[in-house]
Design a binder for this molecule. Structure first.
Ligand code: ATP
Length: 204
């Protein structure tokens, strides 16, 4: 089985996440894509809403796609939030799967990954979706530091750049503006009903 692994804070999940995951599934011939929410604070600030809310929104967003699943391995108490530690845990769960890690270019270009070689060694493929604001030379610099035999596992997905970000969604909601159609309908309904991210009546 070819398994896609798509990690993120998903605070909240939005349409670009789904587009990237579905495109990776098709382009890479994946049987399934796991959405793996994290509490990881190594590379970013703390999530604004708790893991229960973020998981509920992921479940709502992926319900209509039978190839998409939620995996809570990186939310376990003993999770470190490092991908190098996550992958062996996923390997225990899915011993026969071939792993493809899916990521947006910003995650790779803007952070120094811990034990990146170890991460690549656990994977068959590491695919990168283009993201607005990430310059190709920033990505090239990261790739240049990877040993050649591992670099061959990394590929860029030929996709358009999409403007959505969780930051944009949270900002609009905090300004009492609508995010309807920037996020899947069940996510929008959940945000409004739970009044997340400061959503008020105009947000609805
Ligand atoms: P934030 O704005 O809070 O940083 P985010 O929109 O980047 O959040 P995350 O949950 O941190 O969302 O992202 C999960 C993964 O999805 C990351 O690898 C990220 O790079 C990728 N991603 C998110 N939005 C996009 C997008 N518009 N295009 C391509 N990749 C994206």
């Amino acid at each position: 089985m070819k398994l896609g692994i798509f990690g993120g804070t998903f605070d909240p999940i939005h349409n670009a996440h789904l587009f990237v995951a579905e495109s990776a599934r098709i382009l890479e011939g994946l049987d399934r894509v796991l959405f793996v929410p994290t509490n990881n604070q190594h590379y970013r600030s703390v999530a604004q809403v708790g893991p229960e809310h973020r998981c509920a929104m992921v479940l709502g967003a992926i319900a209509s796609n039978p190839a998409f699943k939620l995996d809570d391995t990186d939310l376990r108490k003993d999770a470190t939030g490092y991908t190098a530690d996550l992958l062996p845990r996923l390997r225990e769960k899915y011993p026969d799967a071939r792993f493809t890690f899916i990521i947006g270019a910003d995650s790779l270009a803007n952070n120094t990954w811990e034990r990146f070689d170890e991460v690549l060694e656990s994977l068959e493929r590491f695919v990168v979706a283009p993201r607005m604001g990430v310059r190709p030379d920033a990505l090239q610099r990261v790739l240049a530091a990877v040993p050649k035999n591992l670099r061959e596992r990394i590929a860029t997905l030929n996709l358009p750049e999409l403007p959505e970000s969780a930051t944009l969604i949270r900002t609009l909601l905090s300004q009492n503006k609508s995010v309807r159609y920037l996020v899947p309908e069940p996510v929008w309904q959940y945000i409004v009903s739970q009044k997340l991210y400061g959503a008020g009546s105009a947000g609805a």
